[in-house]
Ligand binder design. Structure first.
Ligand code: MIG
Length: 798
């Protein structure tokens, strides 16, 4: 028996010996002698939830992160008791609970350790705020590595770091600075080439220590709330990320134009300036799909108003831009100006929608409009009201997307740069202080915005982008990494942050290309556009204080090279759209760090620069000035150099040439990459011929191409086309088989297949098991292209 003094460990309280357990459906509840409860909740065979209650009862269960629609169910659930333990087993893993102290260990079915409690659950009472500091520590074997955790601006591999989550407006943040704008309390651990994930669903300030304080211990804790975490078994990183994304949700398809190039600045005004920018893009034939209006479009920064001097006829402007192929996006902040003559303020005041301090006065804070009150977005009624405010912007004026900023929430000129802790929130009927609601305030604002934009944009798809986020926010919006700086170090950070966000379920993300603060050189801007062209979200943005940051603001060389890369992105739109669909459908991140791509290769564990774009394009940005190339690690497999089409064997580090007009890019052997012709904006033309670049491989590889109407919701009703292309290359033979799912009629009447890297001169190939003699069909032996019709029948020579 444990004695009372042993209940304390370094000032912490711990559970003592097991008293009882009971199983009810998929939940096994344990009780200790000192009345601690542990609920083990089997969500799926490999997704388990662990909840602890130190005082013998659970508070109401509620989460903003978990997607109610997530798939659950399991194949097996056995509970067995021995003298010293209770063992719970599913089809994938087993959990052993020690009767001595309620510590748990998780094992695969061969008995291999996946993750074991060190001290396990412990807690400390908080007299000041009430409740407990809830803590968990896990043993970490030598050689364990850690990834994930959202937007942290630090090395991709988190081993040895201590980090915390408290959404913060960090203007011009630096490398290794904590905390930033987002909270994603989810990490992936990799050991013995086996991966698992932990999602600590707690919105209080959370902390993570990855073997920083103690070499063989990883721990996580929160300043309040419940010890409530999900354990997700892989063993693949891809499976962990997909399951985490299942749990916290996936977005719907964005409109395809959201994947185009976007141009932003703080701020484009007046109207003539916006029109001038639009004209310039079209004149220079630099593809662009969206222009942004930053805070100066408003009347005194009052949300949902217009500055009539700068923008006398917004609808006309938005319509004209639309006619030129531009969507207009407008910013909306959370702060509502205290102004008795301002209808939004009046209404919110009347309906009691603003956040209040503990003693009942309003939460007053200074932001752009001056003194403001702030809607409590954690109140469902407030969210509904907020959504309704978008009617005019979206439905009447024709704005196509909304940009939410300052929603950490940011407050100027006060310590902590945010609300004080005592501010009260509804938290969807679970009233609480700001300590609990802070990290989800921005997510709930973005959610309300999304609901509004979605409603008023119908039958088109909404587009929303937010700065603050919490896990699960990917269901509603895209995001960007906030106020970065125009330095080479920030280019490195941009790459790492986007990869980390992608691992963290928030895949629709990009950075302010070129840097927000300060001014990039033409060279830095060029290198950043190169990287940004291979990010899910691609937007140039700058504070505008130091000069212009349009692609033509530097010199002709910069313009030419950046235009070349953005045109490449537009050619790749069908590939990018397909990878978005994989994300939306399966939770597969669009950007894959090398460790995700091949966790069996330990060389990848500390790589940061190289990543896979989609499934088949390897990207490695140049992140230094004056470079003519760089060293990079080529993951296992065969890779074709994008520029020279030379085949390179992976599993080695090598030098790759990359003068300013090139960036190291490789295509996976066997890939079939779909390409549109260059357009100035999405759906400018009806694409009649889809190019398919086939990169030969000895062996098999399959590729997919997803198509639908590029907007609207018909894809939910089967109106999509998912074409699977299977390549099988042999010494002297090429086989291509394909099949199609979905009822959508693609616009392509033909496909132009380019054969790349064939080690033999083909006289015939096999398409869908039919022999095609190349001299009989439309085959160009110089370009190595063959034309097939929409059913993949080779077109014969006329
Ligand atoms: O305090 O709206 O991150 O993208 O241009 C600055 C002005 C407020 C911060 C955002 C930035 C935006 C800027 N905003």
């Amino acid at each position: 028996m444990i004695t009372n003094t042993e209940l304390e460990y370094k000032g912490n309280l711990v559970p003592n010996a097991y008293k009882s357990h009971k199983k009810s459906s998929n939940i096994v509840t344990f009780q200790s002698e000192n009345n601690v409860l542990l609920q083990v909740h089997v969500v799926r065979d490999s997704i388990w939830r662990f909840r602890y209650a130190p005082d013998g009862f659970f508070a109401k269960d509620f989460s903003y992160a978990i997607d109610e629609q997530q798939p659950h169910g399991f194949n097996e659930l056995n509970v067995q008791e021995t003298d010293t333990s209770v063992v719970i087993t599913t089809k994938k893993i087993k959990c052993v609970l020690a009767k001595q102290d309620l510590r748990i260990g998780l094992y695969d079915l061969d008995g291999q350790v996946i993750c074991e409690d060190e001290m396990g659950f412990h807690w400390e009472e908080s007299f000041e705020f009430g409740g407990n500091y809830v803590k968990m520590s896990k043993s970490s074997p030598e050689g364990e590595n850690f990834f994930g955790l959202g937007d942290k601006p630090t090395h991709l591999n988190l081993k040895g770091k201590r980090l915390s989550n408290w959404n913060t407006d960090q203007y011009a943040y630096g490398k290794d600075l904590d905390e930033l704008y987002k909270t994603v309390p989810f990490y992936i651990a990799l050991h013995n080439k086996m991966a698992y994930g932990i999602f600590f669903d707690n919105t209080f300030k959370t902390h993570f220590d990855f073997c920083h304080e103690r070499r063989n211990v990883t721990s996580f804790w929160a300043d309040g709330g419940e010890m409530n975490y999900y354990f997700i078994y892989g063993p693949g990183i891809d499976q962990v990320v997909q399951k985490y994304t299942d749990l916290t949700g996936k977005p719907e398809m964005p409109p395809m134009w959201a994947m185009g190039y976007h141009q932003c600045k703080w701020s484009y005004y007046p109207e003539s300036k916006v029109r001038e920018i639009a004209d310039q893009f079209r004149k220079l034939e630099f593809p662009c799909d969206a222009l942004y209006l930053d805070i100066d479009y408003m009347d005194g920064f009052r949300c949902f108003t217009w500055n009539n001097t700068y923008f006398p006829s917004p609808k006309q402007m938005v319509d004209d831009l639309k006619a030129q192929g531009f969507q207009t996006i407008a910013i909306i902040d959370p702060g509502i100006k205290i102004d008795p003559d301002y209808p939004v303020f009046q209404e919110a005041l009347e309906k009691d929608y603003f956040c209040k301090r503990a003693d009942g006065s309003y939460m007053k804070g200074k932001v752009w409009p001056g003194e403001c009150y702030f809607p409590d977005f954690t109140n469902p009624e407030v969210r509904q009201w907020w959504a309704s405010l978008y009617g005019e912007l979206i439905e009447q004026i024709g704005i196509k997307g909304i940009w939410n900023d300052m929603n950490e929430p940011a407050v100027m000129e006060v310590p902590g740069k945010t609300f004080p802790n005592d501010v009260r929130h509804d938290y969807d009927g679970n009233p609480c202080s700001h300590r609990k609601a802070h990290n989800i305030y921005g997510m709930q604002m973005a959610r309300a915005t999304y609901d509004g934009v979605k409603k008023f944009a119908y039958p088109k798809r909404p587009f929303v982008i937010t700065r603050a986020q919490y896990s699960g926010g990917q269901r509603y919006t895209s995001s960007w990494t906030g106020d970065n700086v125009a330095t080479w170090e920030h280019l490195w950070l941009a790459n790492v942050q986007v990869q980390r966000m992608s691992l963290s379920g928030m895949g629709f993300v990009g950075t302010d290309i070129g840097g927000f603060a300060e001014q990039p050189t033409g060279e830095l801007f060029t290198r950043w556009v190169q990287l940004g062209s291979f990010h899910p979200f691609c937007r140039v943005h700058s504070s505008g204080h130091h000069g212009d940051q349009e692609p033509w603001s530097f010199n002709d060389e910069v313009l030419d090279i950046t235009r070349k890369f953005v045109r490449m992105r537009y050619e790749l739109l069908p590939y990018i759209y397909t990878m978005y669909h994989q994300y939306v459908q399966h939770g597969t991140p669009m950007i894959k760090p090398l460790v995700y791509f091949d966790q069996t290769d330990t060389q990848t564990y500390y790589r940061t620069d190289e990543f896979i774009f989609g499934d088949q394009i390897l990207v490695c940005p140049v992140q230094e000035p004056n470079a003519l190339g760089r060293r990079m690690y080529m993951p296992q497999g065969g890779w074709y150099n994008w520029w020279t089409r030379e085949l390179v064997q992976g599993g080695q580090e090598l030098w790759v040439d990359a003068p300013l007009d090139k960036m190291p890019l490789f295509v996976k052997q066997g890939a079939i990459i779909p390409k549109y012709p260059v357009q100035q904006y999405v759906d400018q033309i009806r694409v009649e011929t889809l190019k398919l670049e086939l990169y030969f491989k000895l062996g098999r590889e399959h590729s997919v191409v997803f198509e639908d109407a590029h907007d609207g919701y018909d894809y939910h009703k089967g109106m999509f086309s998912l074409r699977t292309l299977k390549l099988y290359g042999k010494e002297q033979e090429l086989n291509l088989n394909q099949h199609r799912e979905g009822a959508f009629e693609v616009p392509f009447s033909r496909y132009c297949i380019e054969l790349i890297g064939l080690p033999f001169t083909p006289s015939k190939i096999w398409i869908d098991t039919e022999e095609v003699t190349l001299t009989d069909v439309q085959f160009d032996p110089v370009a190595m292209t063959i034309m097939v019709d929409k059913d993949f029948h080779a077109l014969v020579i006329k």
